[in-house]
Design a binder for this molecule. Structure first.
Ligand code: TYD
Length: 427
């Protein structure tokens, strides 16, 4: 990837993360505690970004001393609770990861206390993508954004090859004064027109669009991972652990399932699995799975992959091959053909097949929820399903990774994580 700049500096509040909820609630808390009137939400939102101390004076008419006290009270709540009343903007983690991978220098320059920035970066799993985190010390209540930018720039950096991304005029003005390119994040907390008026070189209404521009149009690729296996193999547990692991690594994850995953497909799911549908023909069943899949891919999977997310899907096409092509003996050619409208749009790059023998699967299901229409099938059906899985796994050993699911949750997850990390680290 050809990078636009050498150094990418980011403001934090309103640029990397939407921290507004925690900040506004904590400002309201501090004013209440000090017996001062709490202004309306629009005024509270002006506190997001600029130095707090100055905002208390400017927006609430506090004296210098009162503002100092207010900041102390604010921090009581913010450090414990408010910090986590926040979320990363979509596409930001992928952007930081891609910049770092391409060899850019990436740092935060924010007027937030440094220890809070460090905590948040670790909380959101983006710390691994940052070369530097510059904030203020707790002994200071304000800082000139120019000083923060100068501290964040590596030694000898050419300001003309560096950009500062921020959501308020303070970010833009400081960047321009130092000769950096100023990129405006208009999805943050600026007033309408504020960033352009301050002289931003480029202004973006959403984080996704900004990420695409900063990466020169090369958006980070998403990844499609499916999990397969017989009933009771522990897919749900492994999927939850995998989501946690990937989010810690700074990926945005979409969890979904088949049949289902979007409103129309969930309705089809009800029809397929309901005991009331007993007697449904095999071809109808296969077509319903295929119908639910095409809607699901179009509505959920393809859009998520397009903006760089990791999609983890509980079952996908391989289930139709195992259950309908082999279990129902409809044949692979027919099942692949009816699934073409879906598989043309997306196919998993990695499939984890959790292997569990039929006896263990039955044992685990015996103390579970009531059985659905497929789970009450006869034993020879499940033997054919197993054979179907064996056949696809043999045919595509690079995509399908078999994991022995008869072991402990931790052991199984060790293998699941290793396979997924291998896929993501190799790109
Ligand atoms: P579900 O309750 O999701 O089962 P599990 O927890 O085992 O995934 O039910 C899905 C059932 O549908 C399951 O028995 C497998 C079956 N199935 C097919 O037969 N074909 C398919 O294409 C899919 C996706 C699932």
């Amino acid at each position: 990837m050809v990078l636009k700049f050498d150094c990418y500096l980011f403001d934090f509040d309103g640029t990397i993360a939407d921290t507004g909820e925690g900040i506004t609630k904590s400002v309201a808390y501090s004013l209440e505690k000090l017996g001062r009137p709490v202004p309306d939400q629009a005024v509270l939102e002006r506190f997001v970004g600029p130095p707090l101390h100055d905002s208390y004076i400017e927006y609430c008419g506090l004296t210098d001393e009162e503002a100092e006290r207010a900041v102390a009270v604010y921090r009581e709540r913010y450090t414990e609770v408010g910090l986590y009343e926040s979320h990363l903007y979509p596409g930001i983690a992928g952007l930081l990861r891609a910049l770092r991978r391409a060899g850019a220098y990436v740092a935060i320059a924010s007027a937030k206390p440094r220890f809070m920035l460090e905590r948040l970066a670790a909380h959101y799993g983006i710390d691994a993508f940052l070369d530097g985190i510059v904030g203020i010390g707790l002994d200071r209540h304000a800082a000139d954004k120019r000083d923060l930018i100068l501290e964040a720039l590596p030694e000898g950096a050419d300001p003309a090859r560096a950009c500062m991304v921020g959501d308020r005029r303070f970010d833009v003005e400081a960047a321009k004064a130092l000769g950096l390119i100023a990129v405006g994040a208009d999805y943050g907390y600026a007033e309408p027109g504020e960033l352009a008026a301050a002289g931003a070189d480029a202004v973006f209404p959403d984080a996704d669009g900004m990420a695409a521009w900063l990466l020169g149009g090369e958006m980070p690729r998403g990844a499609f991972i499916s999990l397969e296996g017989s009933d009771g193999c522990g897919k749900s547990t492994q999927i939850a652990l995998l989501k946690q692991h990937l989010e810690r690594r700074g990926f945005e994850v979409v969890l979904t399932r088949e049949p289902g995953g979007c409103p129309i497909s969930e309705r089809i799911r009800d029809i397929i699995l309901s005991l009331e549908s007993k007697g449904m023909s095999d071809a109808c069943e296969a077509l319903l799975y295929a119908a639910s899949r095409v809607e699901h891919v179009r509505e959920v999977i393809a859009p998520a992959l397009k903006c760089g997310k990791i999609v983890i899907c509980d079952r996908f096409l391989d289930s139709s091959i195992a259950y309908q092509a082999y279990g129902r003996e409809l044949g692979e050619a027919f099942v692949r053909q009816i699934n073409e409208p879906a598989t043309r749009l997306a196919l998993p790059e990695l499939t984890l097949l959790l292997d569990l023998n039929r006896e263990e699967s039955r044992r685990r299901m015996a103390n579970g929820a009531p059985l659905d229409r497929l789970e009450i099938e006869k034993e020879d059906f499940f033997a054919r399903v197993q054979r179907g899985y064996d056949i696809v796994a043999q045919a595509e050993p690079n995509r399908i990774v078999r994991v022995d699911a008869a072991r402990s949750i931790e052991e199984v997850f060790g293998d699941v994580r290793a396979a997924v990390d291998r896929l993501l680290d190799a790109r």
